[in-house]
Each structure stands twice: as C-alpha cells, then as structure tokens.
Design a protein around this ligand. Sequence first.
Ligand code: CTP
Length: 393
Amino acid sequence: MLKGKRILLGVTGSIAAYKSVEIVRRLVEGKADVTVIMTEAACRFVQPLTFESVSGNPVFVNPFEGYFKHIELIKKADLFLVAPASANTINKFACGIADNLLSTAWLSYEGPSLVAPAMNSRMYKNPVVQKSIKELARRGVIFAGPETGDLACGEEGIGRLSEVSVIVEHVKAILADKDLKGHRILITAGPTREALDPVRFLSNRSSGKMGFALAEVAVRRGADVTLISGPTALKPPADINFIPVESARDMGKAAFKVFPKSTSVIMAAAVCDFAPAASGKSKFPKSGALTINLKGTPDILQMMGRKKGRRILVGFAAESGKDIKRAMGKLNSKNLDLIILNDITQKGAGFDVDTNIVTMITKKGETTDLPKMKKEEVANIILDSMIKLKSKN
Ligand code: CTP
C-alpha cells in the first residue's frame, strides 16, 4: 500500500516532533519514499540529520536553498502529511500565509493532505485555532487527532499528537485504492468463550489478529465492514461496525443478523466447537474431580454455506500440518469459495503472532502458497482473491 508512494512530511515546532521520526521509520519500512520539510522551530527539537538518516532523503528547511524548491517538492508528492502540526502552522495554512518553506509548499500543493495537530489544550480550544481547523477540513484536509491525555506541559486535556500507528493507518487509508467500494464484508475474529459458570470458561488461543487485520485492510480499501469478534486485547479499527460477542451462539446470532446484507463473509474466528452442555448460574465449588458434559456448537460457516446465494464465503482451516485434503474437505462441506489453510505447527504462523504462513485453496482446487508475511499483507492478498472470485461469480 505504501510501496513507491511519495510522502512529503512537514514537521513543525512541537515537543512531539521526536515522534515523527518513528512515523518516518514506519513509512519507510512500508517502502514509501519520504521527504521531510522542517520549520526552524522543529529543528530546535530534532536535528534534520535524524530525519535524513531515517528517511534516506535530504531534509529541507530553508526556502532560499535552490530555486523553486517548494514547487519541486510538491510536484512529486502523493500525500502531504504534517505531523506534528502546531497551532501557528495550522493558522498559517488556513490563512494562506507563506513565510517559510513548509507553508510555501503547503500553499502550492493541491493533492491529498493529512494534518496531525499537537499543542496545549488551551491553544487547541482557542476559537482562532478551531476556526482554522474547520476551514482546512472544509477544503478537504483530513485531520488525525489530536487525542486527549497527558500533555508535555504537565497539564491534561486534548492536544496530544495521535499515536504513530493511528497516523500511519490514516496515511495508508488515504493512499489505498478504493477497490472494495460497494463490498459489504462480514468478518469474524478471535476466539469464543463457552461459559462453565460465571467465572470459568472454555476457549482457545486465538488472538484475533488475523481477523482484525482483514477488517482494517478491507475498510482502508473502501469496503463497508462489520467485524464480529470474540474477546481479544485488540482495539477495533475505526470506521467499522464492531460487534463484540462472547460465545459461539452469540457469534452465530450476530452473524446471521448481518449476513443477509453482506456481499462476502470471511470467517477468521476460531469458534469453539464445543460448549458445556449446561452452564451453572453460580460458581462451582471445588470438589475434587469434575466431569463436564460438552455439546457441539452451531457451525456458523456451514449454516451460511447453505444460504450462500451469490456471496463469496471464505473460511480458515487451522491444522496441525499442511493438510490440503482436510482443508479441501472443509471447503466442500461448508460450500466455500476459498479456504485459508494455516499450519499452526510452523513458527510464525497461527495464533497470537503478527505473521502468518498460509496456503489459499479455491473451490476448483487451485492452491497458492504464501511465504511467511505480516498478517496485514496476508489480509491484502486474501481480499485480492476475494475480489477476483466475486468478479467471476
Ligand atoms: N467455524 C464456524 N463455526 C464453528 C466452527 C468453525 O463457523 N462452530 C468456521 C471457522 O471460523 C473456520 C472454519 O469454520 O472459518 C473451519 O474451522 P476449523 O475449526 O478449522 O474446522 P472445523 O470445521 O471446526 O473442524 P475441526 O475442528 O474438526 O478441524
């Protein structure tokens, strides 16, 4: 998503300027080409050399260094990001003041732009700053944050620079092709919990990372996403319909409410196959050995397979070994279009890791082995396949 994209990053005079170094690192890690423009005030907080080293590109501060530097810089940019953006710079942008290289470049730029403000909450709430932000938003500038929390000045309130990951996610969302526009995708994630009593439950090791990555990437690519998830430690992506659930039964109920309106379903949840036949209303006392009777849970995907219509159904098969025959059996019995097989015995695959190693298998038996990659990259490839299958459907 970031590969080959040219991002112009403006850094202004704020203590949060040091966080921009990490923004550059994350963008460069995604193979974006980042050029930094700093204001004089920003150089008091962080040396240009730091940005130069991390971005691998020269850093620009002085407007009189070379002719028409501002024009040369903005012509190449796919996105103009300003983080942190001080109150002073935001006001200048809104009024069209061009008195340094950053504000001159901004005034000449016409493409997509993202501004992440950082300042004291009194400054942020000042009517002049609010008016400037409104004016810029009206002209199509996208804002990330600011957040509420501890401020560098020791006060608490609104004005903190958004988390680096949030700013980077905004960048990705702005730059992504909106090729999933019109798709309404139902994604499930995480484990389910099957209560034994009010305190204890049966569950599994799923962290939800694969399903959350799918939701994040799908919404970035323009899809209308509903994410139904069992309990996880993850923060749901912005701009999605998030439905938290506990048990397999709850997940099924929630899923079937959304299913009729969905164009595709991706069941990444590790749904518990069994639940206690009876769950106590009060905590069982300790009394030596305990025998628990289990009953099967409803197979959500199989039930959807029976009512599939023209939807694309994608399932996951977590197996102990690369068992294509077994995964293919699940694909056929659940009437799926695509199944993602992951061999959980491999290092860097399966539960609670940021990477995955999967084999994608289509209804026709075509298999694609993907090497170990980040779950976000796997998510993009799964969604690419889903679009292809949908276009043939
Ligand atoms: N699944 C489901 N409802 C269940 C169990 C599984 O919707 N009660 C879905 C999973 O989300 C996954 C697919 O079915 O997309 C395959 O799940 P998996 O656990 O690998 O297979 P099972 O069918 O449960 O079979 P087994 O546990 O015997 O491997």
